[in-house]
Design a protein around this ligand. Structure first.
Ligand SMILES: *Cc1c(COP(=O)(O)O)cnc(C)c1O
Length: 376
């Protein structure tokens, strides 16, 4: 060790050190849903909104076939996947950007349009990634209050200032499951200045059954400041990491300048393209989800629990603050049965537990456990 190094070790605190950009140290890293029970029970994972029916068999086949060409770089623009998405959704493939999960495209948007001190409006119980990507870009998240766990268009619009660059809105929202009708999205867009981007995150679109829903495509087509963000993660491909964004040509051009040149793997592109075209599998997933989302909602509601109306593949259940009957107590009872759900303290909803819609046996086990819990 040189003398210089030894000396600098001694005076460590006085030396300059690498300092991250403004905002970074204010980020609390994203905490994924837990996957173990912490006891001897084998976990039944209902904490990350994953598909209970696995992946599309066609996607699995495409993924396996890609194993023969792992030495070749992926096609950089995800063209074959954009073409599949264009076909299935009747949209222009040139106005799609694909990312390594929708997390990546949410990051790219903030990186491209938000600078130090700029504001990003987020609904109070909006998806936790939005404040992270905002702060990572040096921006300031501004939270708009909700109306009984529903995003409130008037509160969002009232939060917009000269510094606002972006509004992120998950619809349906994770973790509440609540959803605004297309008319409310239109009203939100109409009230925003033309230089503010409205990012509609339709991660759960495949699960929505409300006829008044609008996924965001028609709004993108009518406006220069609206993007729709989607993911394959909630429909069976969470491990593969593929998400995408549909938007106006000018925004697509910007995002393509900053994304990694080979940001999506070739097995991922092929599996997602096959999954996008497997409409029969998507329909099966949607039907299973609707049946057991309704069933679980009815069962828990009849046990004096409040279940927020959900359009996603999960429900948010609200527990009383009576000692012995709280969400934390219920979580402990569920873990005893091997049932791993999502605690909501990090979202500022300590009274809630988010439960993914799983297999029939998992749903029956959850309902039975929470019935015993409430009856005790
Ligand atoms: C799960 C989720 C995503 C993240 O999806 P990835 O594609 O896995 O990164 C994005 N938005 C919302 C609202 C989600 O719930």
């Amino acid at each position: 060790m040189s003398k210089l190094t030894e000396t600098s070790k001694l005076t460590d605190t006085a030396l300059p050190r690498p300092v991250p950009q403004p905002g970074i140290l204010e980020i609390s890293a994203y905490v994924p849903g837990r996957s173990s029970t912490g006891n001897a029970r084998a976990p039944i994972k209902l904490s990350a909104n994953e598909s209970p029916l696995g992946a599309s068999p066609r996607a699995i086949e495409a993924y396996r076939a890609a194993a023969d060409r792992l030495e070749i770089y992926p096609e950089g623009s995800s063209r074959l996947l954009r073409e599949a998405l264009g076909e299935v959704n009747a949209i222009d493939p040139d106005r799609i950007v694909v990312g390594a999960g929708s997390d990546e495209v949410l990051h790219l948007l903030a990186q491209a349009y938000v600078g130090v001190g700029d504001e990003v409006v987020i609904s109070r119980y909006g998806f936790m990634v939005y404040p992270i990507v905002t702060r990572a870009a040096g921006g300031v998240p501004v939270f708009a209050e909700e109306n009984d766990y529903h995003a409130d268009v008037d509160a969002i619009l009232a939060s917009v200032t000269d510094k606002t660059r972006l509004v992120y809105l998950a619809n349906p929202n994770n973790p509440t499951g609540t959803c605004l009708p297309a008319s409310e999205l239109d009203r939100l867009h109409a009230g925003l200045p033309a230089n503010v981007i409205l990012a509609i995150d339709s991660a759960y679109a495949e699960y929505v059954t409300d006829p008044d829903y609008g996924v965001g495509i028609s709004l993108v087509e009518r406006a220069e400041n609206v993007v729709m963000v989607r993911t394959f993660s909630k429909m069976g491909l969470a491990a593969v990491r593929v998400g995408w964004l549909y938007g106006p040509a000018a925004i697509i051009d910007v995002l393509n300048r900053i994304r990694g040149p080979f940001n999506v793997t070739m097995p991922g592109q092929l599996a997602a393209a096959a999954a996008a075209r497997d409409l029969a599998f998507i329909a099966r997933l949607k039907a299973h989800n609707a049946q057991w989302r309704d069933w679980l909602t009815a069962e828990l509601s009849s046990n004096r629990l409040r279940v927020l109306p959900s359009q996603g593949n999960f429900v948010l259940v609200l527990f009383p603050d009576t000692p012995g009957k709280t969400a934390a107590d219920a979580n402990a009872a569920l873990l005893e049965e091997g049932l791993v759900v999502r605690e909501m303290g990090g979202y500022g909803i300590p009274e809630g537990l988010r439960i993914s819609i799983g297999s029939e046996s998992a749903m029956r086990a959850v309902a039975a456990c929470l019935k015993d819990f409430m009856d005790q």
